[in-house]
Ligand binder design. Structure first.
Ligand code: GLU
Length: 462
């Protein structure tokens, strides 16, 4: 066990979005890479904006993504409690320590942190008032990603508001000290707070942790940071849409990091092995939903049959308002399984499955008029269908290749090609011109269903 202790410190003020998940992931990866400890700390001092439901969103999302925490709510640990709303006494103790060191004062009912240095008054053009500044040396931050960053911290700041509640900067630093955090890995939007934090660490006589500020995630289109209101920003949405958590994790790992070569799809063990803070990019990463969808498809394709079928079943079960999904669930489970496995190599995401497979589960499927006109306008498709109906009872339906042999020998006997039978058969069986292989469809639908659909189609076109 290494001494590395990192923390993910979300404020439960909204939904769990891509940016939070990526910050959590980089902390988790660093802990797993170093054999350190991954702490979950809930920064819920802002009581108005916090809610129990939002907490569960954080727990559920982290768990779904496989980022288990070693210390924190639900699992405990030696440095608890892990919710800031339960740590008031600890903040009072640290405040007393700071006050004893002569580093606080009261003004306008609030408690201020006092910087060291000579004070002077200056008129602030921006705020249009006279403010007290402090002559200080620049604070130096040796950021593991940004490199050396200097910032002048020259104004005292509030650490306890007049309503008695502690301010973010103070509780954040106190907890990092009390929880013995060694590396603070967080979004670059916090870089501007870091000089305040460093001054607080020093004033409290604590070692300053290593900082690593990870680049922003830019929205897919246009300038600016991705926000939780942007399309595709919420983790729970991917969960709802049946995305594979490991695909999402792989995608998130590449938002600001790469393995040093151009590999993208990698097992999590490989990502853990290669992940390191110096490998994190300085430049911002851009969100790309097509890349994510593609990653998800690549993972779906390689899922073992049982897992794919159960993913499909879970997704269909949540589609309570979708008649196609409900019809599929009502079907024989062995048939459901065959239909799903036939579709596995053809779909981009699990969410496509109910519509993609609908005609397998009902005899009342629509015939696409455009496709019908096109298919019927070429050659003598009705005759081909009649020939298929005649030949089918003798076909070996045990495998796709056997079915292919059957159609091919029929075609050869009539001096025709496989394609002459394929499009009309597909239209009669599915009402469309897209779908799994025709041989797979015949095998899965079975002889009786296939014959019945051929007959019905012939009758309907006269
Ligand atoms: N609660 C802060 C946030 O949600 C955490 C900042 C930090 O990681 O230090 O952004």
């Amino acid at each position: 066990m290494s001494h590395v202790r990192v923390r993910f410190a979300p404020s439960p003020t909204g939904f769990f979005h891509i940016g939070s998940a990526r910050t959590a992931l980089f902390n988790w990866l660093y802990a797993r890479h170093t054999g350190g400890t991954f702490v979950l700390r809930i920064e819920d001092t802002d009581k108005e904006r916090n809610s129990e439901a939002f907490l569960n969103v954080i727990y559920d999302s982290l768990t779904w993504l496989g980022m288990t925490w070693d210390e924190g709510p639900k699992v405990g640990g030696n440095f608890g409690p892990y919710r800031q709303s339960e740590r008031t006494e600890i903040y009072r103790e640290y405040l007393a320590k700071l006050t004893a060191a002569g580093r606080t004062y009261e003004k306008d009912g609030a408690i201020w942190f006092k910087l060291l240095g000579e004070r002077y008054e200056v008129f602030d053009e921006h705020r249009k008032k006279t403010v007290t500044k402090v002559k200080t040396e620049p604070t130096v931050i040796d950021d593991q990603i940004r490199g050396r960053v200097e910032r002048v911290e020259d104004e005292d700041f509030v650490i306890f508001r007049s309503d008695g509640n502690p301010v973010f900067h103070f509780v954040n630093v106190v907890d990092d000290i009390a929880m013995q955090i060694t590396h603070v890995i967080r979004g670059e939007d916090h870089l501007s707070n870091t000089s305040k934090h460093v001054e607080l660490f020093k004033a409290l006589g604590a070692p300053v942790p290593q900082f690593a500020h990870i680049p922003l995630i830019l929205k897919q289109n246009g300038p600016g940071k991705m926000s939780k209101r942007d399309q595709g920003a919420l983790i729970e949405e991917y969960q709802r849409r049946g995305y594979l958590p490991e695909a999402l994790v792989n995608f998130l790992s590449l938002l600001g990091w790469n393995p040093g070569d151009d590999r993208e799809k990698m097992p999590i063990a490989e990502i853990i092995r290669l992940f390191d803070l110096p490998g994190v990019n300085q430049s911002n990463a851009r969100f790309d939903d097509k890349k994510l969808a593609h990653m998800n498809m690549a993972y779906l394709l390689e899922q073992p049959a049982d897992r794919f079928v159960s993913l499909a079943r879970d997704y269909f079960s949540r589609q309570t308002e979708n008649p196609a999904a409900q019809a599929a669930l009502a079907a024989d489970p062995a048939y459901f399984r065959e239909v799903m496995l036939l579709s596995q190599p053809k779909i981009k995401g699990v969410e496509e499955l109910p519509a993609y497979t609908a005609y397998f589960f009902t005899e009342d499927f629509a015939i696409d008029a455009k496709v019908r006109d096109k298919v019927l306008g070429k050659g003598d498709p009705q005759a081909r269908l009649r020939e298929l109906i005649e030949a089918l009872p003798a076909f070996d339906l045990s495998s796709d290749t056997a079915i292919e042999e059957g159609i091919k020998s029929l075609a050869t006997a009539k001096s025709l090609g496989f394609g002459d039978y394929q499009s009309v058969a597909r239209l009669a069986l599915s009402g469309t011109n897209v779908g799994p292989s025709i041989t797979g469809m015949i095998r899965v639908l079975g002889r009786d269903r296939t014959l019945a659909r051929f007959e019905r189609f012939l009758a309907s076109v006269g």
